[in-house]
Design a protein around this ligand. Structure first.
Ligand SMILES: *Cc1c(COP(=O)(O)O)cnc(C)c1O
Length: 375
């Protein structure tokens, strides 16, 4: 099975981890700081604070910018649940913004959703495609809102040469195994704010500051959301290869784009020429006449060795969300869920893998295209 995404771990990654295992510090040593510095120099962000997951990084980011009970957060339903779960855990309310066919939030709809209670806009660079940063920035500034980017898919993406991570008030990264680079589990918050960075460090580690000798003081409420030295060493090693991972994923994606350019049964995500996508996913949007056959198509693709997946069920369709926020339906997001399939695209794939995926995909779709419409 060729998975839709997977990690690439090489001997130098293993050596970096083993070196830490033989050292005196498995946690709270120099590797975490080195990884944070490397993330800053890669993205152009002033600060990077690493966490043990993107989920804890999201909670940290929302907490230090003081998102609280009854605040409204405008966000996208097409994401992993953690994006909104973490501000809901602080008592804030999701205001769902519908998406465009590229899977990113539709910035043209944002202003209509703003109320006096709105505190922040939280976007996701779906599949690695950067948000419309300048347009969202302008709206956020005009209405005095925070602009937070869950860039869990997008480390390595850029717009006009400016890296994702330097384009919003706070940017969240994930280093989960199958994300653009990995530390096994891990995450980070990037920000230019000295104040937020300091608060994030406290939040990550019990809210405690060291004084002299044995004395310390707990100055704010915190957790243990620290990344280990073992993980940080893997992150440092992986980050050196990020550009080559992004290059390989873009080569695979460019090959698919070429193979699929005259397709009538589906559309693909278009990346503008001034933009680089990390290509965490390669999403396919089936035409409406194939929606009913999606289950069969999905099963057959899996049976034939394509580890396809669907990204994502709109967050508001989950039972927890229905129970707390009622039934919600947004047309494009609902339709996107019915139509989307992510096909394999990752740095471990060869050209032969990519041809096999494209051939198999087109063959299976062709087979189901004669089934007629849903109704
Ligand atoms: C993977 C992911 C997360 C969660 O990341 P973890 O590191 O697993 O906590 C959050 N948001 C998005 C968009 C993701 O893809």
């Amino acid at each position: 099975m060729i998975p839709y995404s997977t990690q690439l771990i090489e001997q130098d990654d293993i050596d970096a981890v083993v070196e830490v295992l033989k050292s005196p510090f498995l946690t709270q040593g120099a590797k975490v700081e080195e990884f944070e510095k490397a993330l800053c120099s890669y993205t152009g962000s002033k600060h990077a604070v690493v966490f043990n997951s993107a989920t804890s990084a999201l909670l940290g980011a929302y907490t230090v910018c003081e998102i609280k009970k009854d605040d409204e957060i405008i966000t996208t339903p097409i994401s992993f649940v953690a994006t909104s779960n973490m501000f809901i855990s602080l008592g804030a309310k999701p205001i769902w913004c519908d998406i465009k066919l590229d899977g990113n939030m539709d910035e043209r709809l944002l202003e209509k959703l703003i109320t006096p209670r709105t505190k922040a806009i939280v976007g996701v660079d779906f599949a690695g495609k950067p948000l419309e940063f300048s347009k969202i920035r302008e709206i956020a500034n005009k209405h005095n809102l925070l602009f937070i980017d869950d860039a869990s898919h997008a480390l390595g993406s850029s717009v006009e040469g400016q890296k994702v991570g330097s384009l919003s008030d706070m940017t969240i990264l994930s280093f989960h195994a199958i994300k653009p680079i990995t530390t096994g589990e891990g995450g980070a918050v990037l920000t230019d704010s000295d104040e937020w960075a300091a608060k994030l460090r406290l939040f990550r580690s019990h809210g405690m500051v060291k004084k002299e000798l044995w004395s310390s003081d707990m100055v704010s409420l915190g957790h243990n959301f620290r990344l280990t030295e073992i993980a940080a060493a893997l992150g440092i090693s992986q980050l050196k290869k990020l550009d080559s991972f992004v290059k390989t994923r873009n080569e695979i994606a460019a090959y698919y784009d070429e193979r699929f350019k005259d397709e009538k049964l589906f559309i693909t995500q278009k990346i503008p020429s001034n933009t680089l996508s990390a290509r965490h996913l390669y999403p396919i949007i089936l035409n409406s006449e194939l929606q009913c056959a999606k289950e069969d198509i999905f099963k057959e693709l899996q049976a034939r060795g394509l580890g396809v997946q669907v990204h994502y069920k709109p967050i508001y369709q989950n039972s927890f969300y229905k129970e707390h926020f009622g039934d919600i339906s947004l047309q494009v997001a609902d339709d996107f869920y019915k139509s989307e399939i992510s096909i394999p695209c990752h740095q471990k794939m060869t050209q032969e893998d990519a041809s096999f995926v494209a051939d198999t995909f087109l063959e299976v779709l062709g087979k189901y295209s004669h089934r007629g419409s849903c109704f």
